[in-house]
Design a binder for this molecule. Sequence first.
Ligand code: GLN
Length: 385
Amino acid sequence: MGLTLSDRNACMLQSEIRNMSIECRRVGGINLAQGVCDTPVPEAVLQGAAEAIGQGINSYTHYAGLLELREALALKQKKFSSLTFDPECEIIVSAGATGALYCAFQALLNSGDEVIVFEPFYGYHISTLQAAEAVPVYLPLNLPDWSFSAHDLERTVTSRTKAIIVNTPANPSGKVFSSDELEIIASFAERFDLFVFTDEIYEHFVYGDCVHRSFASLPGMRERTITVSGSSKTFSVTGWRIGYLFCDARWAQAIGYFNDLVYVCAPAPLQAGVATGLRELGDDYYHNLAVEYQAKRDRFCEALSLAGLHPSIPDGAYYVLADVSRIPGLTGKERAMHILQKTGLASVPGGAFYHDKRGEKMVRFCFAKEDAVLDEAIRRLQLLD
Ligand code: GLN
């Protein structure tokens, strides 16, 4: 046998998001690669966590999370999606949305199960599927508006198809799936009896006239949908790792057991901080968040256009894919490195979001930055000749 890595390593590479963050640090640049929001954490969230530490909420919680957090989450989901979930048996708090998705895949997917993934995709969805030995089947979204048809969906189905992933608002495209599109997916999921894993972590980052609709609220979808989200983006606490999922009681216990085995529980006082934030922050907080980020989107996309890096204007989330074909280089990576060298701005090569060559002319920028940082980034974009 000998001292060797497991075969599983064949599909495990360091993510380009991390690679570019390292390259960025090397040159002391501005990191527009990793989706870290450096906008302030709401005071209620910080205080809630600090008080919890002081009050001794420092031990393990229930594997599904603090009941006070699950209760706050049930109210949130009722308010934003009109869906009722029982905090006792239909909500699991995990180590970030990624942890929640990992546990859901482990509990519900078998080795060799095929899972349909829209492309461009978020790479962690793919690696988390692969960790469950499931097989991603790619469904390309068509530019310029990231569209797809019912026919496209049907072409991806085989006898091994078990599920589909819907990430709305989407990373990296910024697509917000319309009601019509969600209905197409719903009737498809029903017809082929599929699970639907949704990643809705950018639910509050929606711009213009677009509206986020939680997939489980479509008629008949609640039972087959695992709704994943988290606090990282909404409360700017990416390092706290507080994610969660909502699903029918039929699935929640098995998912919760995996959560226990892998993480035991999410950090206790930070769960309490998020619960306080959910209870205390009103509609104006969520409204202002979208307004503030829309202004960042508009300013940054305009600067990209001026620099000749044509942006695909996102309707949601806080990333923008830009067409960087005018930048020297053969691959997205070479182009991202050229941009980093000339401007000190780190981005993620488009190849990280595609399984084939279609991402080579794109890079992804994150615009979740404080205004002064964004201003500097905008200034530096104009350094590109
Ligand atoms: N979701 C964020 C992104 O897309 C951060 C991911 C990460 O660091 N793993 O950049």
